[in-house]
Structures are given as C-alpha cells and as structure tokens.
Design a protein around this ligand. Sequence first.
Ligand SMILES: Nc1nc2c(ncn2[C@@H]2O[C@H](COP(=O)(O)OP(=O)(O)OP(=O)(O)O)[C@@H](O)[C@H]2O)c(=O)[nH]1
Ligand SMILES: [Mg+2]
Length: 312
Amino acid sequence: MPRPKNNETPAPADADTSKFRAGLCAIVGRPNVGKSTLLNLYVGAKVTIVSDKPQTTRRVVRGILTRPDAQIVFVDTPGIHRPIHPLGKFMVRSAVDVLDGIDVVVFVADGSKMPTREDEDVAEMLNTRVQAPVLLALNKMDLLKRDAIGEITQAFFDLVKHADWMRLTATKRENADKLLELIVARLPEGPALYPEDEITDMPMQFLAGELVREQLLINTRQEIPHSIAVQVDEWEERSENLTYISATIWVEKDSQKAIVIGERGSMLKKVGAAARKEIEAWLGHQVYLELTVKVRPQWRRDDRLLRELGYE
Ligand SMILES: Nc1nc2c(ncn2[C@@H]2O[C@H](COP(=O)(O)OP(=O)(O)OP(=O)(O)O)[C@@H](O)[C@H]2O)c(=O)[nH]1
Ligand SMILES: [Mg+2]
C-alpha cells in the first residue's frame, strides 16, 4: 500500500545512492511493550494496529520507511508469550520464524518495569538463534520511577549481553530518532527493496479488517478483545468515490455478541463509524462499511477458521 492519500509524501530518495543502505529490521518483544507504536511512528502512518490490550498484533506486518540515504523495512511481530491455544502458537511461531534473514533486531521492552518471564524468553531466543545485531529498546521511559532506573537497566543488560541499547518513549517520540540512526547504521549497503512510495506490504483489505478490530479492542474489556476476529467478506468499488465493504466480526459466545452489538446497536455503530473514518483516510474517498457479528465457539482452536482468517 502506498501512503494514505491525505498524508504528506516523503522526500524523494534522490541523495547519493552509492552508500544507500537497505534491509529488514525486526521489532520483537513480549506483548504490549510498544512494538507496533514504534513501527507506526517510523513509517508515519498507522500500518499496524495498537491498543492497550496485550496480544494486539496477530500477524507479521511490514512497514517501510524510505529516506534519501536508506530504506528500512520494519517487521512488526506478535508479542512473544507462552501460548495456550493454536492462535497463540501461530502468533509466537510467526514472530520467531521471521528472524531468519533479518538484518537487525530491535528488542523492545517496557523499561519502566523489571524484566518478566516473557522478556527472559525473548532474550533467550535472541541469544541462542539470532545472528543479526540486536538493539535493546527500553521503552515507556515516561512511566519510569527515577530511583528504579539503575536496577531495571542492569537487569535487562544481564539478559541480552553485547547489545547496544537506547532508552525511549515511543508515544512522545523521545529518543526514537536516535534509535533509528542505530538501526540504519547496522543495515547493509544496497538498493531499495520496495518502491519509495510503498509504506506497507499488507493489502488494504487486511488493513481495513485490522482497523475494525482495533476499534473493538479499544472499546471492549476482559476476555472479549482476545475472542474477536474480523474477516472482510466483500470489497467492491461501487464508484470512483465509494467503496463498499462488508465484514464479519467473529466472537466466541452469545454474551460477547450482545456486548459487541451494544444496546440497540450502539457499540457496533461507534466501532463502525470510527473504523470507517480511518479506512476513508487511507482510500481518500467515501466508504460504506457493513458489520455483522457472528458466534463461532472456540474459533481460536478451529484450524479451518484460523486458516480462513490468515492465521496459518
Ligand atoms: N506510557 C507509554 N505508553 C506507551 C509507550 N509506547 C507504547 N505505549 C502504549 O502501550 C500500549 C501497547 O502498545 P502497542 O504498540 O500495541 O504494543 P505491542 O508491543 O505492539 O503489543 P502486542 O501487539 O500486543 O505485542 C498502547 O496503549 C500504547 O499506547 C510509551 O513510550 N509510553
Ligand atoms: Mg503490536
């Protein structure tokens, strides 16, 4: 997908191309530490969804930043955790598999807290199977209590030895540009991998489904965010200025369906209106978005639906 129509286009890549650097930068870490936030910040558009619920990202998403001197293909990954169902296993496997053939890895952690068991798992995996240079990104510095800084930083250093590192606050862009320079310096010299106006390799249909799911994550609680999947069923350019999209929201129980629909359809209306606005910004024209909620018990363990939803 090229940049959304209502966003500024980047400067053309017209600098001295003899030293142009290009490569793949994987962003890994446990759930909810700010991996997707960081990718969107660098790309300058929402190509991967963000929420305050862990396990938001379910599939690998590429986001591309092209500058005069470099092209960085960021690879956002699902948060690494100890999975309990086939969907979780798919998520963790895709995060780990992507590390083969990567040029640099950014290990994002919540640097305001001591490492968790999941951080230890990520570090262990990086230490044992990744050849590429690793950069440790201690994020969420805005939440750090000053007196804890030494202890927390040391605990992360003990996990990933020999990694260069940066403290940052992705939501405020603090130190993100410094981290970006560390990333670029570790990319190989070579030509761009994607056209310069490309900012993601994900098709718009996938992105539209994700933007609906993001609104559902933001507006629901407890087990509901994890029980939701969105499937785009129809996509029709009805005219130059209007795209018709129909999508199914899958949940696991009738009680969840009632919550997602809301009183007299209020929740569905709110979610639909917010997602439609974002899809319209991407397409640069009007969208008619039709949402239907359906129940499929235990879909996260249902291989066929997982495959249909692209979680395979
Ligand atoms: N306070 C604070 N919050 C942040 C920062 N960076 C990200 N967040 C928030 O942390 C939450 C999780 O962010 P995501 O980018 O979705 O995290 P993720 O690592 O991609 O999570 P998964 O996809 O679940 O693995 C969101 O509510 C973000 O707004 C930060 O620097 N400071
Ligand atoms: Mg994410």
